[in-house]
Design a protein around this ligand. Structure first.
Ligand SMILES: C[S@@+](CC[C@H](N)C(=O)[O-])C[C@H]1O[C@@H](n2cnc3c(N)ncnc32)[C@H](O)[C@@H]1O
Length: 244
C-alpha cells in the first residue's frame, strides 16, 4: 500500500465521518431544535445570517418572506419556498439594503445568526437585527456553547469551527442585562434564544470598541472560568418553547 493510498483513505474516512455527523445533526442536533422553533412560532418573516447550503433556511416553511444572507452561499438544492438570498456579507446587507422594505413592510418575527464565527461579528449582527426588530422578535444565536479550545479559537484550524462566538453570550449578559437569554444545549454547540429586544437600544454600538478591547484576547480559560454565567441559562427544549 502506498502512502498516497493511505492519505486518500484517511481523507475519505474524515469525509465519511463528516457526512455521518451532518446527517445526525439533522435528526438530533440543532436543526431539530430549529425545526421545533419554527413549528411553535410559525414566523411569517425570517432572516438568517450565514446560510451556507440553505439547510437551516429551508426550515422557514411558514415564512412569507425568508431572507438569507451569505457572501458565499452554496445552494445546490431547494431551500425555503419564499427565500430570497443576498450573496453578500451581513455588514454589506445592513449597510446597503432597506430591511423593512425587503420584509415587505412586515415586522421581523424570527432571526438566526450563524455567519462569521467571531464574537464581534455576532454582536454587530445582533445589533443590526435588533434595530429592525420589535419587542416580540425572537433572535437565535448559534455556537455559544463551545466544544473545545481548538474549535473555539479565533483562528480556524478545525473542520468544525465555532470560533470565539461563545464570548457573544457573555457580552450580552454583561452589557444587555435587559435581554432575556435562554440556552438550549442543542448539539454540537448550543443555541441561545434572545427575547425582549429593544430596537432603540444603542448600547452595543456605543460600546463596540470597549467590548472588542476587553474580549478579543480572552482565551478558552476565560470560558472555563465563566461558563457558569451561560450554563445557568440552559433550559430544556419544552420549557424554552413554552416560554416563547
Ligand atoms: C456555519 S455556516 C451556516 C450554516 C447554516 N446556518 C446551517 O445551519 O445550515 C456559516 C456561513 O456563514 C457565512 N459567512 C461568513 N462570513 C459571513 C458574513 N460576514 N456575513 C454573512 N455570512 C457569513 C459563510 O459563508 C458560511 O456559509
Amino acid at each position: 500500500m502506498t502512502d498516497d493510498t493511505d492519505a486518500e483513505r484517511s481523507r475519505d474516512s474524515v469525509k465519511a465521518r463528516l457526512i455521518r455527523f451532518a446527517a445526525s445533526l439533522r435528526s438530533r442536533g440543532y436543526y431539530r431544535t430549529l425545526r421545533r422553533l419554527h413549528a411553535t412560532l410559525k414566523p411569517e418573516t425570517y432572516l438568517e445570517i450565514g446560510i451556507r447550503k440553505g439547510d437551516s433556511l429551508a426550515l422557514a416553511t411558514t415564512a412569507a418572506v425568508a431572507i438569507g444572507i451569505d457572501p458565499a452561499p452554496i445552494l445546490t438544492r431547494p431551500t425555503a419556498p419564499n427565500a430570497e438570498v443576498f450573496a453578500m456579507t451581513s455588514d454589506d446587507f445592513f449597510a446597503k439594503c432597506d430591511v423593512r422594505e425587503e420584509l415587505g413592510g412586515r415586522d421581523l418575527d424570527l432571526a438566526f445568526i450563524d455567519g462569521m464565527h467571531l464574537f464581534e461579528y455576532v454582536i454587530r449582527d445582533f445589533a443590526n437585527v435588533e434595530r429592525v426588530s420589535t419587542p416580540d422578535t425572537v433572535v437565535v444565536l448559534h455556537d455559544c456553547l463551545p466544544i473545545d479550545a481548538l474549535s473555539a479559537a479565533r483562528d480556524r484550524t478545525t473542520a468544525l469551527w465555532t470560533g470565539d462566538v461563545w464570548k457573544a453570550a457573555l457580552v450580552l449578559r454583561r452589557y444587555r442585562p435587559d435581554l432575556r437569554l435562554t440556552v438550549i444545549d442543542a448539539p454540537p454547540s448550543g443555541l441561545v434564544i434572545v427575547q425582549g429586544l429593544d430596537p432603540a437600544s444603542r448600547v452595543l454600538d456605543e460600546n463596540a470598541e470597549a467590548i472588542l478591547g476587553e474580549y478579543a484576547a480572552l482565551g478558552f480559560d476565560h470560558w472555563e472560568q465563566h461558563r457558569g454565567e451561560v450554563l445557568e441559562l440552559v433550559a430544556d427544549l419544552e420549557t424554552a418553547l413554552a416560554g416563547l
